[in-house]
Design a protein around this ligand. Structure first.
Ligand SMILES: NC(=O)c1ccc[n+]([C@@H]2O[C@H](COP(=O)([O-])OP(=O)(O)OC[C@H]3O[C@@H](n4cnc5c(N)ncnc54)[C@H](O)[C@@H]3O)[C@@H](O)[C@H]2O)c1
Ligand SMILES: CC(C)=CCC/C(C)=C/C=C/C(C)=C/C=C/C(C)=C/C=C/C=C(C)/C=C/C=C(C)/C=C/C=C(\C)CCC=C(C)C
Length: 616
């Protein structure tokens, strides 16, 4: 078997032995940006031009004063990614202007925060380490295949309700994507030959579950019924920052019952609610699997609000796949950002957040560039933000508390594969979850297997006559460290061979001989190319959490510094980080004058929320 390593490539994210990475640095052309040149955009009004000029003058003054104006650097090192068609690239009008916000990282969390701010009128600069946007929702191409780097299951991507945050984020910047409805969110293949398809139509799913567990019909209806209660409450609210008092109290005033419902469930976990209604241990294990696929922990550790959100959205709006692959979402957001007059610069590795008088004011890049802004938003994980980007003697108490309550979830071993189409039986579902023998292995490394076949929905992602299989399973970085290169590669071959054999036995006889392309990524790959500490998938509770109570929002103990992404409320997941982006943009906009704000209420609410977190 030919196992290609993209975990050790030196220059490009997914380069493989003897293969050319289509996004390689060789395609990046430097451009010269003269900071004194302001390119007038005739579409902009005179007012806007005057404002930009004023900002430019202001910055020149600032720069002189601070001796930060390094013309040579600006001329020589600004790279623009022109290689990937359609990816928004640096506009570069006034590269040195003083931004309203700098966003470190262009994961979906960072991009949503950036675009939401940009549409409110803020000037935003996104700095992305890699050459395309998206982070774990990015993509890469090989031999005619377009692979999603991470998950292909998209929640919040319908045209219904208030919780379709991905659709709304795109619409805010004038983008609408063509999507393909997925008739089955996931097909479970579980111990004791329990096979369950989660149909798009709720009644069909419940009927199937009740057929397997007829004695638990009432419990099933009650548990999923509670999920709907929460989902409907969430869906009735306008979603903005829960850290902004005018909005929060306004929602309580407009929708008191819904807000109280959410407040009631906020500190609760799905496992406890399930146990109120359900006794059958196998059904409870099934609920664990339902939670595990979206939280990497069992139901007892999964916040009820998060469980309800995903267990209902898949039936309400349904799971929809973007035509062209998941990477198209980030590409569209990046393009939308640039169209709003903001900027994104790729190959910009932020190494340090600059603090002046206790306030975050700018960032240093690994190539020596510096950028300054009124606010800094980090889309790196909180471990990376407070462990690497900030050199603080003492970790702020809020962060220390976060790190006690949440630990890094394991990373993944990912196998991206091209196979001959005829190996898949007719009517194969797009997403599968496989745990063959023992429920105990659910959370064990390599215990459960996730499988997505996005070409079932969008055949254009693979050459004709082929399918894509994206197989992943939890794996920790410790398992892959301290190995020689040879041992590392041998281990990749062995581990992936076992996973493929299991799938061959359970789902697709003849799988091995149908492989036409394969690449294996380990937790080291995730760490390296997604810039996530230990390659972590996100935070997971260290013990039994009090629902979402301990999860920090976007503000931090450092003035002017905000976090966005999966180590913020409400946690892991593309839709979850999109919500975190919406919340972050609202809070930042209020702080820099683009939204209403009440300073006294702010202090009171932030203290109250801080205190509530100590109760968790
Ligand atoms: N890991 C997976 O397989 C996978 C797949 C799909 C979706 N997801 C979901 O996506 C969520 C993560 O989304 P997110 O928005 O929080 O972040 P993300 O990790 O997807 O993106 C963060 C981005 O920030 C960039 N970055 C990090 N540090 C940087 C630095 N110092 N300088 C410049 N750029 C830097 C990274 O290159 C990356 O592009 C996860 O919770 C997960 O649920 C994960
Ligand atoms: C403030 C206070 C204190 C209180 C008050 C009360 C209130 C008002 C509250 C409110 C709240 C809210 C609004 C909330 C919200 C929330 C939300 C939105 C949430 C969300 C969530 C989401 C999630 C979690 C998601 C997730 C997902 C995921 C992770 C996914 C994943 C996937 C995968 C992995 C795939 C699978 C695959 C296969 C199977 C193949």
């Amino acid at each position: 078997m030919d196992v290609l390593d993209f975990g050790f490539s030196t220059s490009n994210r997914f380069s493989t032995h003897g293969k050319i990475n289509p996004f390689g640095s060789g395609h990046l052309k430097p451009i010269n940006l003269c900071p004194n040149t302001f390119r007038f955009n005739p579409l902009k009004t005179q007012k806007c031009y005057d404002y930009q000029l004023l900002k430019l003058k202001f910055w020149c003054g600032m720069a002189k004063q601070r001796k930060r104006f390094d013309l040579f650097r600006l001329k020589s090192v600004v790279d623009v990614d022109r290689t990937v068609e359609g990816v928004g690239s640096l506009v570069g009008d006034v590269n040195n202007s003083f931004y309203d916000a700098i966003v470190i990282g262009s994961g979906i969390g960072g991009l949503v925060a950036a675009t939401q701010l940009a549409v409110k009128g803020a000037k935003v600069l996104v700095l992305e380490k890699y050459v395309i946007p998206g982070g774990s929702s990015g993509f890469y191409q090989r031999d005619g295949f377009t692979f999603d780097v991470g998950s292909s299951v998209m929640f919040g991507f319908s045209d219904k309700g208030n919780l379709n945050l991905i659709t709304q984020a795109l619409a805010a910047v004038g983008c609408k994507m063509q999507v393909i409805p997925d008739p089955t969110t996931v097909h479970y293949h579980l111990p004791n030959s329990l096979s369950i398809q989660v149909h798009r139509v709720y009644d069909e799913f419940v009927t199937e579950l009740v057929t397997r567990f007829p004695h638990e019909k009432e419990g099933i209806l009650k548990f999923y019924g509670d999920c709907w209660k929460i989902f409907n409450a969430l869906n009735s609210l306008e979603l903005k920052s829960l850290e902004e008092p005018i909005y929060l109290f306004g929602q309580f005033f407009k929708k008191p019952l819904e807000c109280l419902t959410l407040a009631y469930y906020l500190p609760q976990n799905a496992g406890n609610i399930a146990r109120k209604y359900i006794k059958d241990p196998q059904l409870l294990s099934f609920i664990d699997a339902e939670c595990f696929i979206v939280s990497t922990v069992n139901a007892m550790q999964t916040p009820m609000i998060n469980a309800a959100m995903v267990l209902c959205d898949r039936h309400f709006g349904g799971i929809n796949y973007p035509v062209g692959g998941v990477g198209e979402i980030a590409k569209s957001l990046a393009r939308g950002l640039v169209n709003q007059g903001s900027e994104i610069i790729y190959k910009s590795n932020v190494t340090h957040i600059i603090i002046e008088n206790g306030k975050a004011v700018g960032v240093n890049l690994s190539d020596g560039r510096q950028f300054f802004a009124k606010t800094i938003i980090s889309n790196a994980t909180r471990w990376d933000t407070f462990g690497k980007l900030l050199k603080m003697e003492d970790l702020p108490e809020e962060e220390a508390r976060f790190q006690r309550s949440y630990i890094k979830a394991p990373s993944f071993l990912s196998i991206h594969m091209g196979v001959k189409a005829d190996v898949l039986p007719p009517n194969t579902d797009c997403h599968h979850f496989v745990l063959e023998d023992d429920w105990k292995n659910l959370e064990e490394p390599y215990g459960s297997i996730f499988l997505s076949i996005p070409t079932i929905l969008d055949s254009s992602l693979a050459p004709e006559g082929n399918h894509i299989l994206h197989i992943f399973t939890t794996s920790s970085i410790e398992d892959w460290e301290g190995l020689s290169r040879k041992d590392y590669e041998t281990k990749k071959e062995l581990v992936s061979e076992k996973i493929i054999s299991r799938l061959e036995k359970k789902l697709f006889p003849g799988l091995k001989s149908s492989i036409v392309f394969m690449e294996v990524g380990t937790p080291k790959t995730h760490r390296r190319y997604l810039a996530r500490d230990s390659g972590t998938y996100g935070p997971m509770p260290s013990g039994t959490p009090k629902g979402l109570l301990a999860m920090p929002f976007n503000t931090t103990a450092v003035k002017g510094l905000y976090c966005v992404g999966d180590s913020c409320f409400p946690g892991q997941g593309v839709i979850a980080v999109a919500f975190s982006g919406v919340m972050c943009a609202h809070r930042v906009a209020a702080d820099i004058g683009f939204e209403k704000k009440n300073a006294v209420l702010d202090v009171a609410l932030l203290r109250l929320l801080g205190w509530l977190r100590t109760l968790a």
